[in-house]
Write a protein that binds this ligand. Structure first.
Ligand SMILES: Nc1ncnc2c1ncn2[C@@H]1O[C@H](COP(=O)(O)OP(=O)(O)OP(=O)(O)O)[C@@H](O)[C@H]1O
Ligand SMILES: [Mg+2]
Length: 362
């Protein structure tokens, strides 16, 4: 999938901008705070109808203005063209249109415009709690499986109800009903997570080896209570404990994905560059999974390309994503000369945009 043209109005520090993008590699260079990441975020709005940061829509409206508009023309590998417009007004909220027609539900858009982002903020996946990793896996699977999100919502609702019930001294029969509902949803989520992580694993390994010149071995491993027994059984076993604690102590809401380097936890034993390389390998594996599922290559956003990586790894990454497996790419960096040098070393053609105070120029 290619984003041909991008029009932005009153989005963060960008007052009004029209950008014609190359179908291959696009580079955005400029000083800190110039607006490079903001351009990528505008693209993120078109693909997923929200910011790639934990920002509310109103925070994305340019200071002193009432609304923003992002408008993009997408071209698929099969030639189909889609005009996507995402608008937000402080009074009326957000609207998303495809070819002039407004979506009933924003979620109908998700998965149709695949995008993968590599950003310095990814480090939270390693440093933060299991919840962050569950959120990542959930977001990934939701893009390739429409039923997954519905099942996840069902599980979370049932879990909340069961926890509420535990506080009211319920009968065993009452609890059994909830256990059955919870187990049914949990089984589906568990299987899907297991499958997707098993698919990701060899790809992450392969990409990490390419980025690091096979220096270290890494792995990711799914951890779930359900690996020991079905949830219905586990709930029975933990029933007494749950009564005392007044919450559900087993289930897929406790799942985690363990990242390791040389067999040791990546968070503690991986260097900054190794952790970053791992995250890139994970994102590239995600890219491949989305590409296979959508039948269209996602747009790849590489924000702050040199963040924590040495030249060698950046060059290796550029050689990799410059190949045919990957489609359109948008890269940001604050050092034009370093970026240009590395791109030409890697033999990658590109279009360069200078960004300054929210304005783009070739
Ligand atoms: N709602 C807003 N209205 C106006 N300006 C905003 C708004 N939100 C953010 N900005 C401005 O956008 C700028 C940050 O832009 P951005 O994050 O794209 O910078 P960048 O070029 O990626 O910089 P860096 O190299 O540091 O990553 C800041 O100057 C910030 O004040
Ligand atoms: Mg930035």
């Amino acid at each position: 999938m290619i984003l041909d043209t991008l029009n932005i109005i009153n989005f963060k520090n960008i007052a009004e901008e029209q950008i014609s993008l190359s179908a291959d590699v696009n580079c955005f260079v400029g000083d800190n705070g110039a607006g490079k990441t903001n351009i990528l975020d505008a693209v993120h709005y078109l693909a997923l109808a929200k910011s790639m940061h934990t920002l509310t829509d109103s925070q994305s409206v340019r200071h002193g203005e009432d609304s923003f508009l992002v408008d993009g023309r997408f071209r698929r590998d099969d030639g189909r063209v889609d005009q996507v417009v995402c608008g937000y007004t402080r009074r009326g909220g957000k609207t998303l249109k495809r070819n002039g027609k407004e979506y009933d539900k924003l979620s109908d858009h998700v998965g149709g415009f695949p995008i993968v982002v590599v950003s310095p903020a990814d480090s939270a996946l390693i440093s933060d709690s299991a919840e962050e990793r569950r959120r990542y896996i959930n977001r990934l699977i939701s893009q390739i499986d429409r039923g997954y999100l519905a099942q996840l919502i069902r599980y979370n609702t049932t879990l909340q109800e069961r926890n509420k019930l535990l506080k009211t001294n319920p009968t065993e029969d009452m609890l059994l009903i909830y256990d059955a509902m919870l187990s049914a949803s949990a089984d589906t989520l568990f299987k899907r997570r297991e499958e997707v992580i098993a698919q990701l694993r060899p790809m992450v390994d392969e990409y990490y080896a390419l980025l690091s010149d096979q220096r270290e071995s890494i792995d990711l491993e799914y951890r779930s209570d359900l690996q020991t027994a079905p949830l219905s059984e586990l709930l029975l076993q933990s029933r007494r404990k749950d009564f005392v604690n007044e919450f559900t102590s087993v289930g897929v809401h406790r799942d985690d994905v363990h990242f390791t380097i040389g067999g040791y936890p990546l968070r503690k034993f991986g260097s900054q560059g190794q952790q970053k390389s791992f995250l890139i390998a994970l994102k590239l594996a995600e890219y491949r999974l989305l590409a296979e599922h959508c039948g269209d290559r996602p747009i790849l956003l590489l924000d702050d390309l040199f963040d924590k990586l040495d030249m060698r790894r950046v060059a290796q990454l550029l050689r990799l994503v410059g190949g045919d497996m990957f489609g359109q790419i948008m890269i940001t960096d604050c050092n034009k000369h370093r970026l240009q040098r590395t791109l030409s070393e890697a033999g990658v053609e590109y279009r360069l945009f200078h960004i300054s105070q929210g304005k783009a120029s070739l």
